[in-house]
Write a protein that binds this ligand. Sequence first.
Ligand SMILES: C[S@@+](CC[C@H](N)C(=O)[O-])C[C@H]1O[C@@H](n2cnc3c(N)ncnc32)[C@H](O)[C@@H]1O
Length: 368
Amino acid sequence: MNIDVAERTVFITSDNRRIGLSPDWFAAKVWPMGIQSYQEFVLRMIVPQVSDKSSHEKEIYPKSFGWFLKKLITPEVIWHMLRESDIGFTKSKRMLDIGTGAAIIPRVFKLLGICDEVYGVDIQDRSIDLPDQKFSEIIKFLQIKLLSDQQSTLASDLLKRGDGMTTWTVPYGLLLDADLSRNFTMDGYTVSDFMAYDPGGLTFDLIVTYSGMSYFKTDEYFAKISELLEPGGIHYVMDTNFYHVYGESMELPMDAPWLHARVSKDDFLRYYEEHRPELKPYIEKGYFCQDSHYTVRDVIKRAQRHGFEALAYRRSYRQSELEQFHYASGENLNFILKTALEDCRIQNPNVEMIDLLTQNWTVIFRKQ
Ligand SMILES: C[S@@+](CC[C@H](N)C(=O)[O-])C[C@H]1O[C@@H](n2cnc3c(N)ncnc32)[C@H](O)[C@@H]1O
């Protein structure tokens, strides 16, 4: 993909910068899961994610066997990073999983003996998406199939999948050997907005948020985590990168690369009013990140104000994007460095080029 698309019109920012707009860039946006338009993306993907069941316009979360097989990689990704970060984490007595969804992370942690008691909270009741019986059957299937598969057909299929976000582990290394006679059931699944979550006096020594921190104001989020976490407790958080070219999972359609990060949020909304008025109401719903213009280093600084120490962090990139877009030509790199990055620094002087290229980030914190 080439960034150097003919500029046909201009957006004037409130600090009088002229930003070239190109409908070609807008038209080049592709959507996940066969979705055809941003309007459809917001209604099918974003609205259900950030609201309770009553306001669902459509169910989005897949419940297929294949989807859950793929998702089973996530807890192993988390466990290996916890262990290999050399933070002395060996086991948790009680964990909480925020935005737990089908509760795969906590149940796998309990099954593997990583946690004794496991709790989850989600604004929607997704506890029935994968009942215990089916959870156990999928793992059994995985064990039998992979260990007896002569042609490695399932293995090669699974290797292609990954969890799509942080594929830095060998799939199913632990689950292949898991003892399914162990108790892995949830000790609690609460349907609640995390900010209103009341665990009835329980505290936790491990709290995980895998894709969900950006639904909250960062400061309020860390204040709440601090309330629930025991001193010395660990918080593992993986989230979407605001500075990704489309605002990562917000998937913002724009007439210029990184426009959401190059102008203030007010200007960004005004751009839609002036140039894409039909999208404005959808952007108001789809721009779900509660904070804007923040890097992973800003998250770490805010966490420090609430008594957290960052012990380890990691970024992930989409290889195809690096190859086909960012590093596809010197021209693209020049645009990123000279135009996009300089504009972004007007909003946040601490942004680095690496922030513009990152898809997701993960940080492990300890409460002091
Ligand atoms: C992207 S999914 C991630 C699910 C799960 N952590 C995983 O890795 O599969 C985000 C989840 O956060 C939940 N969620 C959204 N807003 C929330 C809120 N305010 N409080 C609690 N959960 C929320 C959604 O219902 C959804 O299940």
